[in-house]
Design a protein around this ligand. Structure first.
Ligand code: SF4
Length: 355
């Protein structure tokens, strides 16, 4: 193993050279988490010399729980045939947006199942209505699999669909639905979802159009170490090509159904992922720690392992079991108690601005 880039024998030493895939795999499998954390913390301090940690506040609006993609880890979806699902009306969406606005949440994460019964106009109308009534709101919406279905539904190109949505009010695009970008894992988890290449191409189309995005990894099932590095490699390549990815968020699978295997991801492995992300994804500025899945204590350590942002107070979380922060004050206290200066940010990581 060539350790010329990261000399962990000397923990104070790291280089700004790019970690290659072989090295990333070696470190994931062999390097103790505390050595990676030390290197990642130093690397973070080069990018962010001030001792600050940022947060934003957003509300999730799940406009429908009807979905025909059938990911086997998802307990949220209802099949079309079951007739048990819901679709929010535009009025209900506006009511939820208003509740968020009144509580000073300025960002809406608008996402739902892939519901073949909803016409494309519904989405345009929803975005338009939210923007008209709340011009200051930031709408982060949809995911590659939804965009693929809109494209099929309207017989329009991915670029045209994204442009329509953008004109209606879409501000940014979450890189959701990636989980682990390997064909083998895709077939195990969600055979009907976008293939890794489809996910990549739709993300690239959105990012090339100028939409900013966050990205993530979800692991803790039967993925291999090689597949984890393959995933990180696709994310880094996407950013090399587009430059519009703002952040990367490591998540772990939650046991929502009995349909697939979830293994316990120990805290040191979660922290190792935070550190490896910081070091390997050298072209993505912000690494977010998700308090939703790992809680405050691991979250504190993540801020010393390469993370510079917390995955924020979230209003209404239908999909995941939550260890999150329930309001801004709690968020500010958490960051201060961890030893950092809290900075509220916009989605675009403009500090001091709300969205
Ligand atoms: S994760 Fe999303 S795409 Fe998959 S079944 Fe659930 S709602 Fe549908």
């Amino acid at each position: 193993m060539d350790t010329r880039i990261y000399q962990f024998e000397n923990k104070a030493s790291y280089s700004r050279g790019r970690m290659n895939n072989e090295e990333a795999l070696f470190h994931w499998q062999n390097t103790p988490f505390y050595d990676l954390a030390s290197a990642a913390d130093q690397f973070k301090k080069v990018k962010f010399p001030e001792k600050q940690v940022s947060y934003t506040m957003f509300r999730i609006i799940n406009y429908t729980d009807v979905c025909d993609i059938e990911c086997n880890f998802c307990s949220f979806m209802k099949s079309v045939e079951s007739k048990k699902g819901y679709v929010l009306t535009i009025d209900q969406i506006l009511e939820k947006t208003n509740e968020a606005w009144q509580k000073d949440y300025r960002q809406i994460f608008f996402q739902g199942g892939v519901n073949p019964q909803i016409p494309f106009d519904y989405y345009l109308n929803a975005l338009n209505s939210m923007k008209t009534k709340f011009p200051g709101i930031h709408i982060r919406a949809f995911s590659p699999v939804e965009i693929r279905e809109f494209s099929k539904l309207t017989q329009r190109s991915i670029e045209n669909v994204l442009t329509d949505l953008r004109q209606a009010g879409l501000d940014s695009f979450p890189g959701a639905g990636a989980e682990i970008l390997s064909s083998r894992m895709r077939n195990i988890l969600s055979g009907k979802k976008t293939t890794p290449q489809e996910w990549y191409d739709i993300m690239a189309a959105a990012l090339h159009l100028g939409l900013k995005a966050s990205t993530n990894i979800v692991w803790g099932s039967v993925e291999t170490a090689e597949e984890i590095i393959e995933h990180l490699s696709m994310i880094r390549k996407l950013q090399d090509e587009t430059k519009n990815i703002l952040s990367f968020v490591p998540w772990t699978f939650q046991q929502q159904t009995k349909g697939f295997k979830v293994r316990h991801v120990p805290s040191h492995e979660y922290l190792k992922m935070i550190s490896l992300s910081r070091l390997y994804l050298d072209n993505i500025d912000h690494i977010e720690v998700s308090l939703l899945v790992k809680g405050k204590q691991v979250g504190e350590l993540a801020l010393y392992s390469g993370a510079d942002d917390i995955n924020s107070p979230v209003y209404e979380e239908n999909v995941l079991r939550s260890y999150g922060l329930s309001n801004e004050q709690e968020c500010i206290e958490f960051i201060k108690e961890a030893g950092f200066e809290p900075k509220r940010r916009s989605f675009n990581f403009v500090y001091g601005e709300k969205s």
